[in-house]
Design a protein around this ligand. Sequence first.
Ligand SMILES: C[S@@+](CC[C@H](N)C(=O)[O-])C[C@H]1O[C@@H](n2cnc3c(N)ncnc32)[C@H](O)[C@@H]1O
Length: 269
Amino acid sequence: MENADIEQKVAGHYTQGNVVNRIVEALGLEPDKQGQVSVETLFPVDQLHHGGVALTEKMAEHAGMCTGMKVLNAGSGIGGAARFLVDRFGCEVDAIDLSEEYVSSAQALDKFVGLTGRIMHRVGSVTELPFPGEAFDVVWCQNVTMNVPDKTAMFAEAYRVLREGGVYVLSHLGESKRGTMDYPLPWAMTAETSFASPPDTMLQLLADAGFHRVTNHGPDAPSPPLPSSPTGRPQDMFAMGDDMPQRRANVAHAVADGRLVPMLITAYR
Ligand SMILES: C[S@@+](CC[C@H](N)C(=O)[O-])C[C@H]1O[C@@H](n2cnc3c(N)ncnc32)[C@H](O)[C@@H]1O
C-alpha cells in the first residue's frame, strides 16, 4: 500500500463522528461552563495512550520539560498532552494530527478548559511537517509511531524541526516478534495499518536519523494496565471506539507475555 493510502486508512481509524458530543455528555459538561472546566477533568477521556496521564507525566519528567518551552505535539489526538503541557508548564504548543475530527475535537475541548487560541492545532502528517527548521525545543510523540510505516521520514522531520540540543520524546509499543499479535489493537484493527517496529529497530532508526543519547526509559514508565486493574479503565472509547476494552486487553496480554514492549524514548538533536 502507498503511504498516502495508509495515512487515509489511519485517519479513518481515528474518526468516530461524534467525539465531542459523547465526551460532553459523559462528563456532564455544560455549554455555559465553557472556560471553567479544569484540564484534569478531561484526563480520563483525552489521554489516548497506554498508561494515561501517568505516562504523560513520566514523559514530561524524562524530557526535562520547563516553563515556556516550544513544543510540537506530533500526532496530537484530541489534544490531551497539548493541554497538559500548556497548563502544567506554560509551554507554547503546536499540534498536528492526521484526523480532522480529532483536530476539531481538540479545539472544542480547548474551549471548555479556557485554552482557546493557546494551542495551534492543524491537520497534517508527522512525515511532512509544515514548520521551519529548528523551530522547537521539544517534539512530543505519544503512541503514534505504531501507525507510521516510514519512520525514516518521520524521524528526519522531527530532527529537522528541533533546535540543536532539543529533545524528541516518544512513547511506543514495539513488537518483539512480527506476526504474533492478536487484533484488534488500539491503533489498528488488522496488521495492515500496524507498524509497531521492534525496540532495537526504533533505537537504531533514531540514531540513523542523527539523534544522539538515544535512550529507552521503558522500564521506568507506566505499562498498559491489565483489564482487571482499577486504573485499567480509561474512558478512551469516546474518542477511540466502543470496543476499546477488548483492544486494550489485547495490548495488556501481549505486554504481559512479552510480545509487545512498552518504550519511552528520549533522543537529542
Ligand atoms: C493512539 S492515538 C494517540 C493520540 C495522542 N498522541 C495521545 O496520546 O493522546 C494515535 C494518533 O496518531 C495520529 N497519527 C497516526 N499517524 C499519523 C501521521 N502520519 N501523522 C500525524 N498523526 C498521525 C492519529 O491520527 C491519532 O490521533
